[in-house]
Design a protein around this ligand. Structure first.
Ligand code: SF4
Length: 388
């Protein structure tokens, strides 16, 4: 058996194909009308074999969660998920109690795809809706129309999926006149079990990054970004969702178990171009180019781009950051005085809930997460950061 607590119980698999690149996207994707499913399967299974050999896993990993993300997994041929599971079996196994998520885009998540995935054992769908505002969809370069998510949700329910997450993007340029409140309302009419939010940013490698750099586009200012984030918190929690992580909301019992692995610092394996794996204390990531990835695996070489060993200082910052980003919070049981002073200050500002033994951020606090995590890590290391 893969030995002890260090063997990953979570696996991410990247599908690097999209019909075209969305304006805001800097992910490792390649534009193509048809995904080369057979070649992709050979490549990710081949990588799994190489990783297993390298890590010394002499028996299949016993997985709790599997996440097939992208890119656009729903572009793959019918039968791809069953084949994936079957061919990974010598290296990784999971049963129906595992959470198996696949990401889908509305235009390619058909009734046939939904039924095929469900039959293969997929039990959770993450649906990229993003907005229900037609001009904003066009601006994003999305392939679906306003009615796409409804059709996809109907297909998911018809196939028997009882756990569907909807992705939404907030903080769009003002000139698009997208009504965020109306979009939240529209998303709730789909009756999802989970909602994930993405605040729009201009990543350098995305078309939007170039537009902003050239002065052709302007992002939402800080105030509107904050207003929209807080409106989502109010709207979704009023509808019964638990705001359990800075960007995620779930109905009771419907939090993402896979993402929970990332937020607790547990090990996870990862396959595919650009995928990041964590074998504590080693963190490493694959080459982003599909061609380079495929050729590397075919030549029997791990497609690793680079890696780092997480040192004590980084670990302290990650402990603070990971602790603060979920509503489980950061334990103050063994806190230093500097940490306790910080907790008192944040509570006075309304950035943290008034618990005694844990430090749990409010939605207002989550808006400041990165800055607060740096301050907390400094306090935990013995510093006295009390930034306001
Ligand atoms: S569908 Fe998703 S992964 Fe593909 S280009 Fe758009 S945002 Fe990026």
């Amino acid at each position: 058996m893969p030995s002890g607590s260090s063997a990953p119980r979570a696996l991410y698999i990247h599908v690097p194909f999209c019909v075209r690149r969305c304006s805001y996207c800097d992910f490792a994707v390649q534009a193509t009308r048809e995904a080369p499913t057979a070649v992709w399967l050979d490549a990710v299974v081949g990588e799994m074999r190489l990783v297993s050999q390298e890590r010394g896993w002499t028996a299949p990993l016993a997985l709790d969660t599997v996440y097939v993300g992208g890119g656009t997994p729903s572009l793959l041929d019918v039968g791809a998920m069953a084949e994936l599971r079957h061919r990974l079996t010598p290296y990784a196994e999971w049963d129906d109690a595992a959470e198996w998520t696949c990401e889908a885009n509305p235009e390619s998540f058909t009734a046939a795809t939904a039924a095929d995935w469900r039959a293969a054992g997929v039990n959770r769908i993450s649906l990229g809706a993003q907005t229900f505002h037609e001009p904003a969809l066009r601006w994003m370069g999305r392939m679906h129309g306003v009615e796409g998510p409804r059709r996809a949700m109907d297909a998911a329910r018809e196939a028997g999926f009882g756990n569907v997450s909807v992705d939404l993007i907030f903080g769009l340029p003002r000139r698009l006149e997208r009504d965020w409140g109306a979009d939240l309302h529209h998303a709730l009419t789909l009756e999802p079990e989970h909602v994930s939010l993405y605040g729009l940013t201009a990543e350098a490698a995305a078309p939007l990054g170039r537009w902003v750099l050239e002065g052709r586009e302007t992002l939402a200012d800080e105030d509107r970004y904050a207003d929209e984030y807080l409106l989502a918190h109010t709207h979704l929690t009023a509808a019964g969702f638990r705001h359990y992580e800075v960007s995620n909301f779930g109905l009771p019992g419907r939090q993402s178990r896979h993402n929970g692995v990332y937020w607790t610092g547990a090990p996870y394996a990862a396959l595919g171009p650009g995928a990041h794996a964590f074998y504590p204390p080693l963190r490493r990531w694959n080459v982003r180019s599909w061609d380079a990835y495929r050729d590397s695996v075919a030549a029997g070489r791990l497609p690793v781009d680079d890696e780092e060993t997480v040192d004590e200082e980084t670990r302290a910052l990650e402990r603070a950051w990971l602790g603060l980003r979920t509503d489980t919070g950061y334990s103050l049981a063994d806190a230093r005085d500097a940490e306790l002073r910080l907790a008192t200050l944040w509570r006075a500002h309304g950035w943290a809930h008034p618990d005694d033994s844990t430090l749990r951020l409010t939605a207002e606090g989550w808006l400041l997460l990165d800055r607060l995590a740096v301050d907390l890590a400094a306090a935990a290391e013995g510093g006295a950061a009390l930034a306001v």
